[in-house]
Design a protein around this ligand. Structure first.
Ligand code: GRF
Length: 193
């Protein structure tokens, strides 16, 4: 394995649309000695995203990009990513689908966290679906991004047992806690190869 030091850490951007709890866990991870990444940029399509507050508290540059015109948005995005020499992208609750152009440009360099045991329950409302189907387990998955939504190669998965007394709220919280541990582990795995 290549030893990553302050100088050759992977310049990373995290894309968010909302709360940003996964962003926070990734930032904390990035500050650890054994982290391969250095988070240089936070991108959001939503200027009201709560997670943008971590830009200030952790002194990381943020940029809000309006995605109403996807073409223009992605041009701005690509310019910024190249200016900041970004080599790796973590999607963390980012609610926009990136075009083939960006996915191709960052082929194998964009990862996402999804709150289900993929390939089960792609898309939204994953925990509702698991509860409705009386599943024994829910969980979360970190996977590579391809041009097919929630379908790229799986990096790591964590199962979470659904108990009879679980509600949407308790299940969502339980899985989210696991997400915060799984995402850093998955990134370590990516760069160990
Ligand atoms: C997480 O459940 C993640 O799996 C999904 O969107 C949610 C984002 O939560 N893709 P947060 O903004 O990281 O708190």
């Amino acid at each position: 394995m290549v030893q990553l030091t302050g100088n050759n850490l992977i310049s990373t951007a995290v894309f968010i649309s909302g709360r940003g709890t996964n962003l926070k866990s990734l930032i904390k991870f990035s500050k650890k000695k054994n982290s391969p990444i250095n988070i240089k940029l936070i991108i959001s399509n939503n200027n009201k995203a709560k997670g943008l507050k971590y830009s200030k508290s952790y002194k990381i540059q943020k940029k809000v990009i309006d995605f109403k015109n996807k073409n223009i948005a992605e041009k701005k995005l690509l310019n910024l990513l190249s200016k900041k020499k970004i080599r790796f992208i973590c999607l963390a609750g980012f609610m926009k689908i990136l075009s083939k152009k960006i996915i191709k440009k960052f082929s194998g360099k964009i990862v996402n966290i999804h709150p289900s045991l993929l390939p089960k329950y792609k898309g939204l409302n994953t925990h509702q679906k698991a509860l409705k189907n009386n599943d024994k387990y829910s969980g979360c998955t970190v996977h590579y991004i391809t041009d097919k939504v929630d379908s790229g190669k799986i990096i790591l998965q964590k199962k979470v047992k659904i108990k009879r007394k679980d509600s949407l709220n308790t299940l969502t919280k339980k899985v989210l806690l696991e997400e915060h541990k799984l995402y850093p582990r998955a990134i370590s795995k990516v760069f160990k190869n």
